[in-house]
Design a binder for this molecule. Structure first.
Ligand code: FAD
Ligand code: SIN
Length: 555
C-alpha cells in the first residue's frame, strides 16, 4: 500500500529528527533511501519535486557487463581506458561487478527496458568495446526513477520532503575536541516551503547530483547548481578531481529550444557529424570517428565551429527509417519535432555543453567522507571510478551501486549513535539574522551574477583551457566573491537564488583553481598551453578543501 505521507509534505516544523537523512532524489538518493530504510527511519529531501533530477533526463542507458560476449574484466578495462590513468581500479571493480546485481534487481522491480529475446537489447556507445548499454528507448532515466520512486512511495519508513532546499551541513566543527577527534555531521539546515528548518540526523547522505548549470551551455536541468559540492566544501570536506568536467558533444542548438541532450546513442546507431559545409569531419581527428571519446569529439566539434565560423555542427541520422527513429529515439524525435525538425529527414543542429562532473566530495568505496556521519554518492561524490573522464552510461551504474552502499553504511552508522544529537549552534546557519543578508541579496541582481559566473567559465574553463585564461577567470570570480561579501562564507539567508549564486561561485572557484594547478592535458581537462599528457608528474590527483590550497596527492 502506498505510504500516504511519502510525497505530500507533512506539516513543516522548524526542526525534525531522523535516523538517516538523504539529500537528493536522483538515482543515487532514491537507491540510498531504499537501502537505508531496511534498517532505519529515513527522511529524503529534494530541492523541487521528487521526479526532478539529472537522472530523470538520462537518455542513453546503463552500462552493465551482462551481454553474452561481455566480461567484468572488459568493462573495467574500458572504464579505466576512458579515465586516462586516474581511475581508482578498486572502485571501478566494485562498480562493475556489483552493478550486475543492481541492474538485475532494477529489472526485477519492474524496469521495462528494451528487450530482445531472452536478453535486454544492449546498445553501443562511444569507447565501449562491447554492446553493453541497457536502455528504455531514449528515456532510460525516466524509467529508472519511475521504478525507484514507486518503491520509495511504498516504503513506510521513508518520509519525503519536496521543495526542501538544503543549505548547510550541521557539524560540530566549532565544538571543543581533543587531539585527533574528527568533525561529525548531524544533519542539515534547509528551507522547506519557504520556512527555515533544521533537520537533525544520526547520519546524512549527500546525493545532490551535478553542477552543469554553472555553464551557460549544458545538458543539465535547472536544479544542477552544485549546491551539494558547495555545502560540503563549507563544512570542511575534501574535494578531489574538480578540474574534470565532461562536455557532451551534442546538445541541441536551436533558437528558443531549451537545453536538451541529443544522446550519444544516436551516434551509436550510426549517426554522423557534419560541419556547415556538409563535410563529415570526425575521421580526420580520431580513428574511431564519431565514437571517439567524448572529450575528443567535443574538441573536434569546437574546432570545426571555429574553422567554419559557424555556431554549431549537424548530426545526421537520416539513414535510419522513420519507424526506427520513432521507436528508438521517441523523446529526441518528439522534442525536435516541437521545433519543426523531422530528424528522419532533417539534420540536427548541435554543439557541446557541460554534462557531468567527474570530481566531487572525496569518499572511500564505503561512501564515507572525511566527516563522520556524512556520506556522499552519485555525481556529487568522487570515489575515483571515472578518473579523468567518464565512460558513457557508467554514471547511472555508479548511482545504483554506490547509492545502495551509502544507504546501508549510513544506516549502520546511525544505529551506533545516541538517540539525540548534541546541542549544536545550528540556528546560526538557517537565517536568524536574515534581515541583513536578505537586504544584501535584494540589492544585488543574482541572475546577473549567475550569468557572469557562467560566461567566464565558458570562456576560459570549459572544453579548451590555458593558463592565462584560467587566471583571468580566477580574478573575475574573486571579484564577484568580494562583491558578494559576507554571503560567501555565511549563507544566512532564505533567498534561494542568492544561496544558489554563492554555491555556483564556490564550485566555479574549485574548478578553476584545480584547472590552474594541473599543468598537463588528461581526459576531459585540456590545456592548450600543456597539450600533452604527462604521466611522470601528473598521474596524480588534486585535492582541495576550504582552508587549503590545491594539494597534489598520489593515486
Ligand atoms: P541527480 O539525478 O542530479 O539528483 C540530484 C538530486 O538532488 C535532485 O533531486 C536535486 O533536486 C537534488 N538537490 C540538488 N541540490 C539540492 C539542494 N540544495 N537541496 C535539496 N535537494 C537538492 N548517465 C548515464 O549513466 N547514462 C545516461 O544515459 C545518461 N544520460 C544523461 C542525460 C542527461 C540529459 C544528463 C543531464 C545526464 C545524463 N547522465 C547519464 C548522467 C547521469 O544522469 C547523472 O550523472 C546521474 O543521474 C546523477 O544522479 P544523482 O542521483 O547523483 O543526481
Ligand atoms: C547520452 O545519452 O549521450 C548520455 C549518456 C551518458 O552521459 O552516459
Amino acid at each position: 500500500m502506498e505510504n500516504p505521507n511519502s510525497v505530500m509534505n507533512p506539516e513543516v516544523h522548524s526542526s525534525w529528527d531522523t535516523d538517516v537523512l538523504i539529500i537528493g532524489s536522483g538515482a543515487a538518493g532514491l537507491r540510498a533511501a531504499l537501502a537505508a530504510s531496511e534498517q532505519a527511519h529515513v527522511t529524503l529531501i529534494t530541492k523541487t519535486t521528487l521526479t526532478e533530477s539529472n537522472t530523470h533526463y538520462a537518455q542513453g542507458g546503463i552500462a552493465v557487463a551482462m551481454n553474452l560476449d561481455d566480461t567484468i574484466a572488459l568493462h573495467i578495462k574500458d572504464t579505466c581506458a576512458a579515465g586516462a590513468g586516474l581511475c581508482d581500479v578498486g572502485a571501478v571493480e566494485m562498480m562493475v561487478s556489483e552493478g550486475i546485481p543492481r541492474v538485475a534487481e532494477l529489472l526485477d522491480w519492474g524496469a521495462n527496458f528494451d528487450w530482445e529475446g531472452t536478453l535486454p537489447r544492449f546498445t553501443q556507445e562511444a569507447a565501449h568495446s562491447r554492446r553493453r548499454i541497457v536502455h528504455k528507448g531514449d528515456a532510460t532515466g525516466r524509467e529508472t526513477t519511475d521504478v525507484l520512486i514507486q518503491r520509495v512511495r511504498n516504503t513506510e519508513r521513508i518520509r519525503v520532503l519536496q521543495n526542501a532546499f538544503a543549505i548547510d551541513l550541521l557539524t560540530d566543527a566549532d565544538a571543543e575536541r581533543s587531539g585527533e577527534e574528527s568533525v561529525t555531521c548531524y544533519g542539515v539546515s534547509a528551507v522547506v516551503e519557504e520556512q527555515a528548518v533544521c533537520i537533525r540526523a544520526k547520519a546524512t547522505i549527500l546525493a545532490t547530483g551535478g553542477l552543469g548549470r554553472v555553464y551557460p551551455c549544458t545538458s543539465n536541468p535547472q536544479i544542477a547548481t552544485g549546491d551539494g559540492f558547495a555545502a560540503a566544501w563549507r563544512a570542511g570536506c575534501e574535494m578531489i578531481d574538480m578540474e574534470f568536467v565532461q562536455f557532451h558533444p551534442t546538445t541541441l542548438f536551436l533558437d528558443g529550444a531549451p537545453n536538451f541532450l541529443i544522446s550519444e546513442a544516436v551516434r551509436g546507431e550510426g549517426g554522423t557529424l557534419l560541419n556547415i559545409r556538409g563535410e563529415r569531419f570526425m575521421e580526420k581527428y580520431h580513428e574511431k570517428g564519431e565514437l571517439a571519446p567524448r572529450d575528443v569529439v567535443s574538441r573536434s566539434i569546437q574546432n570545426e565551429m571555429y574553422l567554419t565560423q559557424f555556431p554549431c555542427v549537424y548530426l545526421d541520422i537520416t539513414h535510419k527509417t522513420k519507424d526506427f527513429i520513432l521507436e528508438r529515439f521517441p523523446t529526441i524525435s518528439s522534442t525536435t519535432q516541437r521545433y519543426g525538425l523531422d530528424i528522419s529527414i532533417d539534420l540536427i543542429p548541435v554543439r557541446p555543453g557541460a554534462h557531468f562532473m567527474m570530481g566531487g566530495i572525496r569518499t572511500d568505496t564505503d561512501t564515507q567522507t572525511n566527516i563522520d556521519g556524512l556520506y556522499a554518492c552519485g555525481e556529487v561524490a568522487c570515489t575515483g571510478v571515472h578518473g579523468a573522464n567518464r565512460l558513457a552510461s557508467n554514471s547511472l551504474l555508479e548511482c545504483l551501486v554506490y547509492g545502495a552502499r551509502a544507504g546501508n553504511n549510513a544506516a549502520i552508522f546511525a544505529s551506533t549513535q545516541p538517540a539525540h544529537p548534541p546541542n549544536l549552534p545550528v540556528l546560526r546557519n538557517i537565517g536568524t539574522s536574515d534581515a541583513l543578508s536578505t537586504n544584501t541579496a535584494a540589492e544585488m541582481d543574482m541572475d546577473q551574477i549567475k550569468s557572469e559566473i557562467r560566461e567566464t567559465l565558458w570562456e576560459n574553463v570549459s572544453i579548451e583551457r590555458n593558463g592565462e585564461g584560467l587566471q583571468d577567470s580566477f580574478t573575475v570570480l574573486q571579484d564577484i566573491a568580494e562583491s558578494l561579501g559576507d554571503m560567501v562564507t555565511c549563507t544566512d539567508t532564505r533567498d534561494i537564488s542568492a544561496i544558489e549564486t554563492v554555491n555556483m561561485l564556490s564550485v566555479a572557484l574549485m574548478i578553476t583553481q584545480s584547472a590552474i594547478a594541473r599543468t598537463e592535458s588528461r581526459g576531459a581537462h585540456y590545456r592548450a598551453d600543456f597539450p600533452a599528457q604527462d604521466d611522470t608528474t601528473w598521474q596524480r590527483r588534486i585535492l582541495i578543501s576550504q582552508d587549503n590550497p590545491p594539494e597534489i596527492i598520489p593515486l
